[in-house]
Every structure is written in structure tokens, then in C-alpha cells.
Design a protein around this ligand. Structure first.
Ligand SMILES: [Mn+2]
Length: 285
């Protein structure tokens, strides 16, 4: 074989291998959302916090309410912090178009305010592409926030549901690099059907599970407070909004309200904000 042909074939093969390696690196580096939430310390000046909105492409009522919230109450604060389960499910940032109006609303708000988003147990696949498109910062769970002279520990909350070891095993698995890398290689339609099935299964499981397993464990909260020297702890997930004092300490644990349909199918939505140096939970509708 002439030397020139050999060299061309060698160069072509090298170029192909290089492209494959680069593509693999890009995909593995940029499509593991669990690794993309690296911000674990923030400073907040005048924040409002929400969680557990469970927005989805199928149901528009919650999304309309959220857009109204952004255009009214949320405007009074400098920062919006979303502590997980913003979406009812998220199968990858390539599905961003299915909730374009929500993304657009957040993007407009983020032009004049800071937006922080933490993963929940429903939308743990939210990645950098979503965050960059919205102008938001992805937060690690837990994340330490300095608010005035207070150290506040922020979390979605499910990390502290340690009375349910089976749940924690699944939680760790779905946040692992390889699980996320592999899932994101599946076609979008397949991922959507897996998410919808998982949602149905989780609804069934919830009705069978003991209540204490779905709440945070006091030992886990105490240990987190100690390790981060926090003076307050704020989380969502348990759908038990309120301010809870912690035994043998001056710390408080504040649970954010989920946005749910209450009596007569009215949507009940709420948020936590810092007004005049004190935290207060308020109803939005
Ligand atoms: Mn949750």
C-alpha cells in the first residue's frame, strides 16, 4: 500500500478516535446533573424561598400561579431560592422545551434578581443547561447560606429522611455518576415513560408507607446542625410546613409549604421570606 494512503487512513482513524473521546468526555462531564450542583455556600441578602411546586407540562394551574408569584410577591425580594421539587419530574435538560413558558418566566425574573435552584427527589436531573438557560445557579444539597449574621442550612430535606434506609439506597443510586450517565443515554421518549411509571409507583408506595419514614429524622437534623454550626435549618419535601423548635437548642427548623390543591380544589401556595430580620411563612394564594 502506498505510504500516502496509509498516512491518510491513519490520520482519519486518529481524528475519529479523538472525536469519539471528546464527545464521550463532553457527555460524561456535562450530563451528570448530580455533579453539576457544586455551589454549597451562598450569601443571601433579602431572599424568598419556595419548594415542592411540582410543576409539569401536563398541568398548567401551578405554572400559572408560579408565573403570577414571580410577577408580584417575588419581585419584592432580591433572591429567589427554590429548594427542590420545582418540577414534578425532570428527565434531562433536553426536555426543556416541554416547559418553555416556565423557563422563560424564570429567565425574565433572573434578569433583575438572583435565582438559586436545588435538586429535589423529583427533579434531581436538572442540569447546567437548564440553569444557564434560566440564569439560575444550581445548589448542592445541603448548602450553607449566610443571611445577615445567621448561618442557615438549606436542603430539599429528603437527605434527612434516614428512618427509611430503602429510600436512601435508591436516592444514592439515582444520584450516582453512572446511573445518571446511563439514563441520559436513553431516548427522551423512553425516559419520559420511565419517569411517569416511577411517579405512579411512588404515589402507591406513599399510601402504604409509615408516616415517620416520610418525615425527617431528629438525629439527622441534630447532626447536620452540629456539623455546619447552623442557627436555622430550612427545607421542604415533607409537606408539613411550619416552624419547629429543636430540643435543647435555640435553633429552628422551618419547613416550606408545598403548592397543593386544598379544599374545593383551590390551589394553596406559600413561601418563606425574611422580613425585618425575621423569617416568616406566608400564603401566596
Ligand atoms: Mn420531595
Amino acid at each position: 500500500m502506498p505510504e500516502g494512503v496509509c498516512l491518510r487512513a491513519f490520520l482519519r482513524l486518529s481524528a475519529t478516535i479523538t472525536l469519539v473521546v471528546f464527545e464521550w468526555l463532553n457527555m460524561s462531564l456535562f450530563s451528570c446533573p448530580a455533579r453539576e450542583a457544586v455551589t454549597d455556600r451562598i450569601v443571601l441578602d433579602n431572599p424568598c424561598l419556595i419548594s415542592d411546586l411540582h410543576l409539569s407540562a401536563e398541568e398548567s394551574f401551578h405554572a400559572e400561579c408560579f408565573e403570577r408569584f414571580l410577577n408580584t410577591k417575588a419581585k419584592d425580594y432580591r433572591e429567589l431560592v427554590i429548594l427542590g421539587d420545582f418540577f414534578d419530574y425532570w428527565v434531562g435538560d433536553d426536555a426543556i422545551g416541554t416547559v418553555q413558558h416556565i423557563v422563560d418566566a424564570l429567565k425574565t425574573y433572573a434578569k433583575t434578581h438572583k435565582v438559586f435552584v436545588m435538586h429535589g427527589n423529583r427533579d434531581f436531573m436538572l442540569g447546567n443547561r437548564f440553569a444557564q438557560t434560566c440564569g439560575a445557579t444550581l445548589l448542592a444539597d445541603p448548602c450553607v447560606a449566610t443571611v445577615g449574621n445567621e448561618t442557615v442550612l438549606l436542603s430539599h430535606g429528603d437527605i434527612w429522611c434516614t428512618h427509611d434506609p430503602d429510600y436512601q439506597t435508591v436516592r444514592n443510586r439515582v444520584r450516582s455518576f453512572w446511573w445518571q450517565w446511563l439514563i441520559l443515554r436513553l431516548p427522551l421518549t423512553k425516559r419520559l415513560s420511565i419517569a411517569r411509571n416511577a411517579r405512579e409507583k411512588s404515589k402507591k408506595k406513599k399510601t402504604q408507607k409509615e408516616a415517620y419514614k416520610m418525615d425527617v429524622a431528629q438525629e439527622a437534623i441534630d447532626s447536620a446542625i452540629r456539623s455546619f454550626s447552623a442557627s436555622s435549618i430550612i427545607h421542604g419535601h415533607t409537606h408539613k410546613p411550619g416552624t419547629y423548635s429543636l430540643p435543647d437548642s435555640d435553633c429552628v427548623r422551618i419547613v416550606l409549604p408545598d403548592w397543593r390543591f386544598g379544599e374545593n380544589s383551590h390551589l394553596e401556595a406559600g413561601f418563606l421570606a425574611r422580613d425585618n430580620g425575621a423569617w416568616s411563612l406566608s400564603r401566596f394564594v
